[in-house]
Design a protein. Structure first.
Length: 124
């Protein structure tokens, strides 16, 4: 009798697992342009966490080529590949020093301008 109970409980758990795998989706990173703009602005006012910033600059954005271009520019800055600007750590909770924050602020202004002038629909 115990064998039947254990078998039925195990079967039920396995069926739940199969249903979850069949109808579940894989997690994806699909940030919106406004979210990225908030991240860029958050570097200036210390509201962007190091984890959120690291996830943004290290994860490719495949659904929006224009947003991926901004991410690559931020990644290149973080890796020290932008001539004339060093990516130095900041103090008191800032991710970067003053020059680094001004560079990110310029990127935020550029992204904000891009968002405002972007078309409302895209033809495929």
């Amino acid at each position: 009798m115990e064998f039947v109970v254990v078998f039925l409980v195990s079967l039920f758990v396995l069926m739940l697992l199969v249903v979850g795998l069949l109808f579940g989706r894989a997690p994806t990173y699909r940030p919106e342009r406004e979210y990225v703009l908030g991240l860029l602005r958050g570097v200036e006012d210390r509201s962007t966490t190091e984890q959120a910033w690291s996830l943004f600059i290290h994860t490719p954005i495949t659904h929006d080529a224009d947003l991926e271009a901004f991410r690559l520019r931020c990644y290149q800055f973080d890796q020290g590949e932008v001539p004339g600007v060093q990516a130095r750590g900041g103090l008191h909770g800032y991710l970067y020093d003053i020059k680094g924050r001004s560079h990110i602020k310029a990127l935020a202004i550029e992204l904000d301008d891009f968002i405002r002038h972007a078309p409302l629909s895209v033809d495929f």
